[in-house]
Design a protein around this ligand. Structure first.
Ligand SMILES: CC(=O)N[C@H](C=O)[C@@H](O)[C@H](O)[C@H](O)COP(=O)(O)O
Length: 241
């Protein structure tokens, strides 16, 4: 393991990484709000931040003293892959100062028919020391990513690829089998919405856990309350005389 990886693992082991992301169609987009979210996460004891876009990554690095897992989400016409899909996005994340570059590592083709092995090769040529995290949706993709030289594997894409759509959320089965069969540290990410679920991922052997929407997307948190209240209201109405 490289010195950079050793230090990263030391800092994030057994802890919570908070994903602070708001796309431009989300209510908390812009106005330095995600960097303030990162400050709040740090105050609550987070060990790392996951952030989208060069501007947020750069600002978060100046406001909190935590490792940042950086991504750039960008959509292209000829692919469904949107998390750091090409060298262009990788370069943006590296230049912004992220400690880890995370990317879609599913088996789907990237723009212009670019394959994952080819992209990893380009990255290793241009940025040999970068720490790479693979966002996968299946065990096979996790094993493939570790074989390609990814330093970390995360369950991020489970439920978001056509072939993983029907898996349960959070996908503890996938998380457990990644820990068992992939020989790089595993990070649990995706649909983790309670402290108990996060704790379970640590029990299963993950190095750390990423939580996003349940902490930093108030529209999602509100919707969960509203939906639950509605259900109860319906049964209250039905049992009313
Ligand atoms: C699939 C995809 O695009 N996931 C993104 C990856 O960066 C984010 O939108 C998620 O919020 C993040 O993975 C954390 O997951 P959750 O918000 O469920 O805690």
């Amino acid at each position: 393991m490289s010195h950079g990886m050793d230090r990263l693992i030391e800092r994030v082991r057994g802890g919570l990484i908070v994903s602070c992301q708001a796309l431009d169609d989300e209510p908390l987009h812009g106005a330095n709000i995600m960097p303030r979210m990162a400050v709040a996460a740090a105050a609550g004891g987070a060990v790392g931040i996951r952030a989208n876009g060069a501007e947020d990554i750069r600002q978060i690095k100046t406001e909190v003293d935590l490792p940042v897992v950086g991504i750039v989400k960008r959509t292209y016409a000829d692919t469904l892959v949107y998390i750091t899909p090409t060298m262009r996005e990788v370069a943006e994340v590296v230049t912004a100062g992220a400690d880890v570059v995370s990317m879609d590592a599913t088996s789907r083709l990237r723009p212009n028919g670019l394959t994952l092995p080819k992209l990893v090769q380009q990255i290793r040529n241009q940025f040999p020391d970068v720490i790479l995290m693979a966002d996968v949706s299946t065990l096979e993709e996790g094993i493939e990513a570790a074989g390609l030289g990814f330093d970390l594997v995360a369950s991020t894409m489970s439920g978001y690829t056509q072939y993983s759509k029907n898996f349960s959320n959070p996908n503890f089965d996938l998380i457990e089998s990644l820990v068992r069969h992939v020989d790089v540290p595993v990070i649990a990410e995706g649909h983790i919405s309670t402290p108990e679920e996060a704790a379970r991922c640590i029990e299963l052997g993950c190095i750390s856990v990423v939580v996003g929407s349940a902490i930093t997307r108030p529209q999602v948190i509100t919707r969960n309350f509203v939906d639950r209240i509605k259900q109860v209201q319906e049964s209250v109405n039905q049992s009313a005389p």
